[in-house]
Design a protein around this ligand. Structure first.
Ligand SMILES: NC(=O)c1ccc[n+]([C@@H]2O[C@H](COP(=O)([O-])OP(=O)(O)OC[C@H]3O[C@@H](n4cnc5c(N)ncnc54)[C@H](O)[C@@H]3O)[C@@H](O)[C@H]2O)c1
Length: 355
């Protein structure tokens, strides 16, 4: 059993990674939860694959439960879905001592975490991520959110789970394009961490190898994120390094209007930021091609016609992480050595140059 400890100021919990957890989650749940009622929140894709089995296993172990299914996709991170899930939790008679299990990708995790943090001022919560992105990134760190018309993730809380259960076997049913986009976050973490994690990623030459090495890739990614979150739970400073590649990535993702998946946009952002900083002599020579090589090995895009669109700059100017008329980029001095660099918005176009 692989296990990573997450120690934040307010809470410590374990991330357990093991093939087969989906067959008997109650065995691990029992160690952190006394018998209680719980809601299993899932989506329409994950429900027929895993929810029935999980529910049955929990019932047999004495955890009376109800499954709530929301439509698959980002649109479920909405006020309407939040409200309907919370009403159903109340109809089920959930009390303060009960819990919620988020079984699905990052959408279910973000929505479920928010429901758990708001219902009766906060009930206990377990993350049971089934997509690669959720397993390596979103299930750890306690950020919960829904989207509003004005922007993604603008409404949310910090609510740490009691436990994160990860079964890498779940990835076998995940669409390959979705697996590969989640892998962009793995390359991001490995490039910042360096060492054995980077070496492991350097050995991945095709999408099929992601699944083969999934337990180790997940453990390394979670350990990296756990370390960052343990030192800066609420993004006061250090946690911002997790936005590496995201400023340009977010802008391209938004302008693509759904054509690019989030991880594909992050890949384009990672490639661009490394190229720009290498051109400025701030990133060691060769780093950009090394990172691009890892992304391209699994078929992730490195560029897009949208990078020539002047609206990219406009969107970056409105990035919610812009403060005091400047934008802080995370870049690599070299593999394993991330750093931050602040550019004033007046100089942004010149600094980025031709991406
Ligand atoms: N809280 C955080 O720290 C954090 C960090 C990064 C991203 N996020 C959020 O995560 C979300 C993206 O997560 P995602 O990529 O997992 O999206 P998602 O939850 O929409 O899952 C992607 C797709 O895969 C399906 N799926 C999931 N597991 C499956 C499985 N095992 N087999 C078959 N299909 C499966 C889902 O139904 C969905 O269609 C975004 O809303 C993003 O904002 C949150």
């Amino acid at each position: 059993m692989r296990s990573v400890a997450v120690d934040t100021e307010n809470k410590s919990y374990s991330v357990l990674i093991e093939e087969g957890i989906l067959e008997n989650p109650a065995e691990y749940l029992r160690k952190v939860w006394t018998k209680r009622r719980c809601v299993i929140l899932t989506d329409t894709n994950v429900y027929p694959l895993y929810a029935g089995k999980v529910s049955e296993n929990l019932s047999e172990a004495g955890f009376e439960n109800m499954i709530i299914t929301v439509p698959a996709g980002e649109r479920s991170k909405s006020w309407e879905t939040l409200s309907s899930v919370i009403s159903r939790m109340a109809d089920f008679g959930l009390t303060r001592g009960d819990g919620l299990i988020a079984l699905g990708g990052g959408v279910v995790g973000d929505l479920g975490g928010l429901c758990a943090s708001l219902y009766m001022r906060g009930i206990s919560f377990v993350q049971f991520p089934t997509s690669l992105l959720a397993q390596v990134d979103s299930s750890v760190g306690g950020k919960t959110a829904i989207d509003i018309d004005q922007g993604k993730n603008l409404v949310g809380t910090f609510h740490q789970p009691d436990l994160v259960l990860i079964d890498p076997m779940a990835l076998r049913t995940l669409d390959e394009r979705v697996t590969v986009e989640g892998y962009a976050e793995v390359v991001k973490c490995a490039a910042m961490k360096g060492g054995t994690f980077w070496k492991l990623v350097c050995g991945i030459e095709a999408p099929g190898e992601i699944l083969k090495h999934a337990p180790e890739l997940i453990q390394q990614s979670v350990a990296f994120k756990a370390d960052v979150v343990s030192r800066d739970e609420k993004e006061g400073g250090l946690r911002r390094i997790l936005n590496f590649g995201h400023s340009i990535g977010h802008a391209v993702e938004l302008l693509s209007a759904g054509r690019l998946l989030h991880g594909e946009a992050v890949s384009i952002g990672l490639a661009a930021v490394n190229r720009i900083f290498e051109q400025h002599g701030l990133t060691e020579e060769g780093v950009a091609s090394a990172v691009c090589g890892r992304l391209a090995a699994v078929g992730l895009p490195l560029t897009d016609e949208l990078l020539d669109d002047l609206r990219v700059l406009e969107v970056m100017n409105h990035d919610k992480k812009v403060s005091k008329s400047s934008l802080t980029f995370v870049y690599l001095k070299k593999i394993g050595e991330p750093a931050a660099f602040t550019v004033s918005l007046d100089e942004l176009a010149e600094f980025i140059g031709k991406i």
